[in-house]
Design a protein around this ligand. Structure first.
Ligand SMILES: Cc1cc2nc3c(=O)[nH]c(=O)nc-3n(C[C@H](O)[C@H](O)[C@H](O)COP(=O)(O)OP(=O)(O)OC[C@H]3O[C@@H](n4cnc5c(N)ncnc54)[C@H](O)[C@@H]3O)c2cc1C
Ligand code: FES
Ligand code: FES
Length: 1340
């Protein structure tokens, strides 16, 4: 880089403090800088995806506009922002907003007190999105709140409480005004006869709004005066920041920029870095020089003329949105057609943070094939104003430009200065269409811009342009089709011809990258049809007789679903009025760490500051699904700077995992993503660069089994079949009126805990002791695995778990693998080793929920009574056993769900495939298996011409009975939940409304479903039902509680202190829980299977009771004394103030030979009713309403329990609707991040979402008669699935197509659209599957 000046000082502010970086590295992002900088150490900002897609790293940036002199505050994702772009900016992180030590900000206080935090990993990001909104709008609208939070993902809460906290700042709240009064405007029970409503001890208030401090905007951090002065007298000199590999040049004038562009024609311009940044990361591409035009005001200019609008290329998409909205409000509608179309897509394009960062110029120039704006700009005849040192010129934003043709493109020395978007003219209609996996914050599968100009006063096409995104490498224009259609009249004949032409011109091969080929083809013509209807609608007012109206049922094809702010009520039984105030049990106590989550002070594993001599580890994984390892060449990697060592299987001093599952591969790999070796280097960047240099040579082996179908063919199974049988199934089939057979396919699910797998291993200098800080649900398992791997006894290894950023089953077994590999590294190098998985690696390596393929045969009478049910399930276990055998067992045990069927046969098998091993996941087989059972019921109902809810009711357990495995139980609460749910949801009248809607609407259909649930909690083995606790009372009276459960966000620590507080009869403020550690409570059981609080609660209770018993004589002697007096006296009298509590839990056994047992301690019952509306033309759906009634026993903490139910429900909804894992035929997982794996966002929450806990149902078996609710809500998400299939069935009935379609979960837009077969699905070309290799294959 000869001739370039030395680095300038980078000056910006963080939380009001000036930062001067003398050696700013352009490759360092703000996220890394905040977290790793020694002096800042601001770890409140989290890493969860590194791609701008999850919002965990949201911070606020404030800048002073040099022209308007106004200060602009906007949220950004710190993981995509190079620090060099922040010159002259002020950054506010969650720590700068408020803290427990100084003063909480109302946003922080309210999110915590509204129970908007569970694991807390997403919380700082949520706080920052809300805080930024309030800086700009101290009293926002609810719509603005939704928009502000649209780019933030949360995997725990289900969003409702987060939104609830934000709503307390909003101008007007549409929420229930009667909350807290025991009733609610939304309670529309048909006769309102439910016990919930009648009961006066039912509460609908989970937090007290009047306790909140008011928002005082005058108290916010001021914009640094130094930066104001800088903005007033902007520096014009070019700033240069030189890093090791990249130089950042930021000119102060346009002239300098253009000269630099001549000098460095190959250097890209960096604006938002939202396109360049992710591309460089995924392709490993480095640009030696980056030009940053952020200080050049010409690129931010906006001008309007009578012809149109010119917007500077440097304007952010959020600014573009505001500019367009202003123009739309000022100009007549006919002039703003293109602006309206752009606005429509700008509302759903990415999240708010990305729209704040991404520039219009960057968007256009990136020419992403899925670009939402380019198709509209192209059909709207936009022009690009280019500028270079040689002068200015215009080029049209044409199909040639979009295709990147050199003749139509920018020259290397040119810069896009602005974009001119002309007004639309009279007779012109411009429309925008898009369909994605979910409506918001998701890249479109296909999008389109369409424009037609009709000859004045006629329906004749004068001009037509159509452009599509998502159908090729770039936006494609249907130029020829449009040309041929000019002069045609706008009628059905034209539509048919247009569909034919379009399908021909924008054809997509069967093997096209991205897959979903038939769906995409269908969208092409479906969008066109929507446009056709829209134009017809505009013609009608011209001449009502000549241009007939679109008939009412077809009008439903026009409107897209809008975003509505969710509302709802949560009901629970309040504590008895006689309960002492200080007794917290049964009260909605805030999560113990809630406030710390909200201020960023809650420490997660990777927030632990760097320890001395620490090394960072990165993993090398297999790129082949089944192969022999011929060689591993480490030489180049070892030569790289900073690389200290590479750990292979040979370095393991003890056992390398198990025979079945090796920690590090030896000789052979069994799946893509299997760990082969690990690099330990001084920094994460060095470690990651080194793994790229490790060359593994493979020899492919056969067979490669990816799908369940393949596994069955190859007889490839992980364990023997599990089978349960009851009655005589064959005989019963002979006597039934009808038999139906069917298949159900349920896709897998990624845990997507927001905190990826992480571990820090610190070797001590003495006695081979190790301290391991790990994000796990099972520290004892990590300890045991490390012990056997290193061949040192467990008593040298201490595992610490402060808190886990979400687990959901994914951190039960897998975290031990990472712990053990890092421990080998630590022992070999003698250094502490930190291993933090990137999101991509986490998703690739760890496996998730087992995909399932189920076959059923069901025999029933014409009245819907099921007499015989035979279900056979196969799950895709991946390449090793892991938990697959137990998952199969649980699946089979739980298949009957809520139904009493005399003759049953349930079989389950775990297939061995060449995929990463699947593992435990919330619900443990139940959510997949029971979908098969419920699908049978739906199929029976369809055959009998009955409503599914009637068939469900008919077959449900009604009286005390025995399950298929002969465990006795009472279904009383099941029936109560069902009845309450029917009542609370006004099911009967809504069923009629749905039917009425469906007869009136052809292209939109509503669906309604109610699903009952009987869910057994607990592990199926006695040894797993035990727990211990250790309670110390110190001489100052403070109490330290430790127990065997891990805080995963489920509030276990809060519940444990509630228990201890009741038992010791002292307030919770006396108590503390520090961490879970193998040194304080040994031999713990994984915190899983919903029983963590049950068993640990009993152990804490036991310890407290022991202590209280010891104190009794002292208390008796001095009954008026204080707690502190008693403790002091006890110490004086040499009474031990420390006790171990133990709970010897339930006996659980199952005899698979006999098919009998008592495998579960108890059942949780529930019911959920959901209503949806689908768009038959696009496959989109909106969730109108969900009502859940859950039997929580006597809830220990209703806020936490409702949070578990809601969070699990939304996670279940994701499983059944949007979360789709895509694998290549070679077994490579494509979906490795939030961009291509869509977990629900805030806009997916049902518009009305009501949750009731069934009041006062005694379950004496548990601590204070409570129940564990961790997993059960997951399956209730299937009510949305069945509501969707109900709507699809209505569409199929109307179209006279068979109703017994193959059930496939998730019910994605693709599945819905293709199931609603019609003239458009019929007209698309279909490829012979034998003629091409598909991009992806279904594995279930
Ligand atoms: C999480 C996420 C979600 C997204 N979702 C969507 C979505 O749903 N729909 C959608 O359409 N898009 C989406 N995007 C893409 C986003 O719109 C683009 O990444 C963005 O608009 C690019 O703008 P930028 O300023 O960040 O470009 P940068 O990354 O800074 O630059 C991109 C390219 O443009 C060039 N460039 C930039 N400005 C100029 C100029 N003035 N003159 C010449 N060349 C220039 C640069 O040289 C570079 O090659 C998403 C992106 C992310 C990260
Ligand atoms: S958006 Fe930055 S970590 Fe996910
Ligand atoms: S609380 Fe939101 S991800 Fe855990």
């Amino acid at each position: 880089m000869l001739g370039l000046p030395q680095s300038d000082e980078l000056v910006f502010f963080v939380n009001g403090r000036k930062v001067i970086e003398r050696n700013a590295d352009p490759e360092v992002t703000l996220l890394t800088f905040l977290r790793k900088n020694w002096t800042l150490c601001l770890t409140g900002t989290k890493y969860a995806c590194g791609r701008g897609s999850c919002g965990a790293c949201t911070v606020m940036v404030s800048k002073c506009d040099p022209v308007s002199k106004k200060i602009r505050h906007f949220s950004i994702t710190a993981c995509l922002v190079p620090i060099c772009s922040l010159y002259g900016a002020a950054v506010t992180t969650v720590e700068g907003v408020g803290s427990i030590k100084t003063k909480l900000h109302p946003v922080q206080e309210r999110i915590a007190k509204s129970h908007g935090t569970q694991c807390g990993f997403c919380t700082p990001g949520m706080v920052m999105s809300m805080y930024t909104l309030l800086r700009n709008h101290p009293q926002p609208s609810e719509e603005q709140l939704m928009e502000a939070l649209g780019g933030n993902l949360c995997r725990c809460t289900g969003y409702r409480p987060i939104l609830e906290s934000g709503k307390t700042f909003c101008m007007e709240s549409n929420g229930c005004q009667q909350k807290g009064a025991g009733g609610c405007c939304l309670a529309q029970g048909e006769e309102d006869s439910s016990s919930l409503c009648r009961s006066s001890d039912i509460s609908t208030e989970l937090f007290a709004k009047d306790e909140f401090q008011p928002l005082d905007p005058t108290q916010e951090l001021i914009f640094p005066p130094e930066l104001l002065r800088l903005a007033e007298n902007p520096e014009e000199r070019t700033l240069t920041f030189r890093g090791e590999r990249v130089t950042w040049i930021s000119p102060g004038t346009l002239k300098d920029l253009l000269e630099l562009k001549v000098k460095h024609p190959e250097a890209p311009l960096v604006l938002g870095n939202t396109s360049l940044g992710p591309a460089m990361k995924s392709q490993g591409h480095v640009h030696p020089i980056l030009l940053s035009p952020v200080r050049i005001s010409e690129l931010s200019m906006v001008s309007t003329t009578s012809e149109g609008l010119t917007i500077g290329a440097g304007c952010s998409l959020a600014q573009v949105k505001d500019i367009l909205a202003e123009r739309v409000s000022e100009l007549p509608e006919e002039k703003t057609q293109t602006y309206r179309a752009l606005l429509k897509h700008l509302k759903s394009l990415a999240g708010q943070q990305i729209r704040n960062m991404a520039s219009l110029g960057g968007h256009i120039i990136s020419r992403h094939c899925y670009s939402d704006l380019n198709p509209i700009l192209a059909v709207g005849n936009a022009t690009l104003n280019l500028i270079s040192a040689g002068g200015a010129r215009q080029v049209p934003l044409s199909e040639h430009f979009l295709a990147g043709l050199a003749s139509a493109d920018l020259r290397p020395e040119e810069v896009l200065e602005s974009v001119h978007i002309p007004h639309s003219q009279k007779g012109e209609l411009v429309s925008a269409f898009r369909q994605a996996q979910c409506q918001h914050n998701a890249w479109a599968h296909v999008n389109a811009g369409m424009r037609v100009l009709l000859k004045e006063g006629t329906d004749t096409i004068e001009d037509l342009s159509i452009a599509f995104g998502g159908l090729g490498a770039a936006t494609v224009s249907a130029r020829q089709s449009c040309q041929q259609l000019r002069g045609r009249r706008w009628n059905e004949l034209m539509l048919d011809e247009a569909c034919r032409l379009l399908l021909d011109e924008v054809s997509l091969p069967g093997s096209a990258p991205g897959g979903r080929v038939e769906f995409k083809r269908t969208l092409v013509v479906s969008f066109l049809f929507k446009f056709y209807l829209q134009v017809l609608q505009t013609l009608k007012p011209l001449d009502g007789l000549r241009y007939p109206d679109v008939s009412d049922p077809f009008l439903s094809g026009l409107e897209d679903f809008s975003v509505t702010v969710p509302q709802g009520v949560q009901r629970y039984q309040s504590v008895d009025s006689r309960q002492p105030l200080q007794d917290p049990v049964g009260r909605p106590i805030m999560h113990l760490s809630g406030l710390k989550h909200a201020t960023g002070e809650a420490m997660f594993c990777d927030d632990i500051p760097r320890v001395e001599k620490e090394l960072f580890m990165a993993l090398v994984t297999s790129t082949r699904a089944h192969a022999k390892i011929i060689s591993i060449d480490l030489s180049k990697a070892l030569e790289l700077p900073g690389v200290v060592d590479v750990i292979t299987a040979e370095d393991i001093p003890g056992t390398n995992g198990t025979e079945d599952e090796k920690l590090l591969a030896v000789d052979e790999v069994l799946c893509v993503g299997q760990i082969i070796c690990a690099v330990a280097a001084e920094t994460d960047v060095q470690a990651k660069r080194a793994i790229e240099e490790i060359k593994v040579t493979y020899e492919d082996l056969k067979p490669v089994i990816i799908t369940i179908e393949d596994a069955i063919k190859h007889n490839s199974f992980l364990c023997p079949e599990k089978k349960l049988e009851q009655g005589n199934i064959e005989e019963a089939f002979e006597k039934v009126d009808q038999i139906v057979e069917g298949e159900v396919h349920v896709g897998g699910q990624e845990h997507f805990y927001m905190e990826t797998q992480r571990v820090l291993v610190i070797p001590k200098t003495e006695d081979t002791e190790l301290d391991i800080y790990v994000s796990t649900q099972d520290p004892a398992h990590v300890q045991k695995t490390v012990s056997s791997t290193l061949n040192i006894p467990s008593n040298r290894i201490t595992c610490h778990v402060k808190r886990v950023g979400g687990g959901f089953g994914g951190k039960v077994g897998k975290s031990a693998v990472f712990g053990a590999i890092a421990a080998v590294g630590a022992i070999k190098t003698g250094h502490p080793v930190r291993l933090v998985l990137d999101r991509e690696d986490d998703m690739l390596i760890t496996g998730g929920r087992h995909p399932l393929f189920g076959k059923y045969k069901v025999g029933f009478m014409n009245n819907g009574r099921i007499k015989a049910l035979d279900i056979e399930c196969f799950i895709n276990g991946g390449c090793t056993l892991d938990d697959s055998e137990q998952v199969t067992e649980f699946l089979v045990l739980k298949l009957e769900n809520a139904y009493k069927i005399q003759n049953l046969r349930f079989r389950g098998r775990a297939c061995m495939t060449n995929l990463p091993s699947n593992t435990a996941f919330r619900g443990y087989g139940f959510p997949q298996g029971t979908l098969v059972t419920e699908s049978c019921i739906t199929a029976v109902a369809a055959k009998c011409g009955l409503l599914p809810e009637k068939v469900r009711e008919k077959n449900m357990y009604k009286t005390v009975d025995k399950t298929i495995y002969k465990q006795a139980f009472s279904p009383e609460n099941l029936i109560r939940c069902w009845d309450e749910c029917l009542d609370k949801s006004s099911f009967g009248s809504r069923r009629k409304q749905v039917e009425a809607f469906n007869t009136k609407n052809y292209w939109k259909k509503k669906g309604l479903a109610i699903i009952p649930m009987k869910f057994s909690v607990g592990f199926g083995a006695t040894s797993y039902h035990q727990a211990a606790a250790l309670v110390h009372i110190y001489t100052d009276g403070s109490v330290l509680v430790t127990h065997g459960g891990n805080e995963l966000g489920q509030g276990i620590h809060t519940k444990m202190l509630q228990v201890a507080s009741r038992e010791l009869k002292i307030p919770m403020s006396y108590m503390h829980i520090c961490e879970t550690s193998t040194a304080t409570v040994p031999n713990t059981i994984a915190t899983a299977a919903s029983i963590g609080s049950d068993v640990n609660g009993r152990a804490v209770q036991n310890a407290c009771q022991i202590l209280l018993k010891r104190l009794e004589p002292i208390i008796k002697k001095n009954p008026e004394g204080s707690w502190e007096d008693w403790i002091e006296a006890a110490f004086e009298q040499r009474i031990s103030l420390s006790a171990t509590g133990y709970f010897r839990g339930y006996k659980a056994f199952m005899d698979w030979e006999k098919g009998e047992g008592d495998p579960f301690p108890y059942y949780v019952y529930g019911a959920a009713c959901s209503e949806v509306e689908i768009d038959c033309l696009t496959g989109a759906h909106k969730k109108i309403r969900t009502d859940i009634v859950m039997d929580a026993g006597c809830s220990l903490n209703p806020a936490i329990d409702i949070g578990q139910v809601e969070g699990a429900f939304i996670q279940g909804m994701g499983l059944y609707t949007t979360e789709e894992l895509k694998y290549s035929p070679e077994g490579v997982l494509y979906s490795r991040g939030p961009d291509d794996y869509k977990i629900p966002t805030i806009t997916d929450v049902p518009e009305e979402f009501n949750v009731s806990l069934l009041p006062a149902s005694e379950t004496p078996i548990n601590i204070y008669s409570s129940k564990g609710l961790g997993e059960s809500g997951m399956f209730l998400g299937s009510s949305v699935f069945f509501a969707i299939t109900d709507a699809v069935a209505a569409a199929r009935r109307e179209r006279d197509i068979a109703e017994d379609f193959t059930v496939k979960s998730p019910a994605t837009p693709e599945w819905v659209r293709m199931a609603c077969a019609d003239r458009f699905t019929e007209m698309i070309p279909r490829d012979d599957p034998k003629t091409f290799r598909p991009w992806s294959i279904p594995i279930a």
